[in-house]
Design a protein around this ligand. Structure first.
Ligand code: RP5
Length: 166
């Protein structure tokens, strides 16, 4: 249902091999009923498509772009270079450096063209989506109420945590 409406959030990733991580962003957007789209757009293998996607993002109504990539992870920064739509970068774990390369590639943007950068892996993907939800909720009271309830549930779960007796 959320995928059929005009998307507000674009989820892009450099490879289908990123899906295991990036599906956690899509799951959050689905959970909150935020219209979204998801596709592979590779910075180094599809540079023309990447630029076209970024250039059209604002006029297509996207309010945020969640971009995940691994290794020399150019995708979030290059998309940010071509649009003023906020870009939320997710470092995907890499084979040899466990995603530390992805993290540094994404987070170290020079001053002037920001990429909001999240944790490596699943938590980063989910939190990027939660941040997109929060951005949209700034002008959507029903969505804000859902987000607050989501947080309340985590508080209740933490309060109910018990430790083994020693
Ligand atoms: C990056 O290279 C992708 O984002 C992916 O994390 C990594 C490996 O891509 P594949 O070789 O699995 O397609 O561009």
């Amino acid at each position: 249902m959320a995928e059929q409406a005009k998307p507000l959030v674009g989820v892009i990733m450099g490879s289908s091999s990123d899906w295991d991580v990036m599906q956690h962003a899509v799951a959050i957007l689905k959970q909150f009923g935020v219209p979204h789209e998801a596709q592979v757009i590779s910075a180094h293998r599809m540079p023309d498509e990447m630029f076209a996607y970024a250039a059209a993002a604002r006029e297509r109504g996207l309010r945020a772009i969640i971009a995940g990539a691994g290794g020399a992870a150019h995708l979030p920064g290059m998309v940010a270079a071509k649009t003023i739509v906020p870009v939320l970068g997710v470092p995907v774990p890499s084979k040899y450096l466990r995603g530390e390369d992805s993290l540094l590639s994404i987070v170290q943007m020079p001053k002037g063209v920001p990429v909001s950068t999240f944790a490596i892996g699943e938590a980063g993907a989910a939190n990027a989506a939660l941040t997109a939800v929060a951005m949209i909720a700034a002008n959507d009271d029903a969505l804000a109420a859902k987000l607050q309830e989501f947080r309340n549930q985590q508080t209740a779960a933490a309060k109910a945590m018990a430790l083994p007796t020693v």
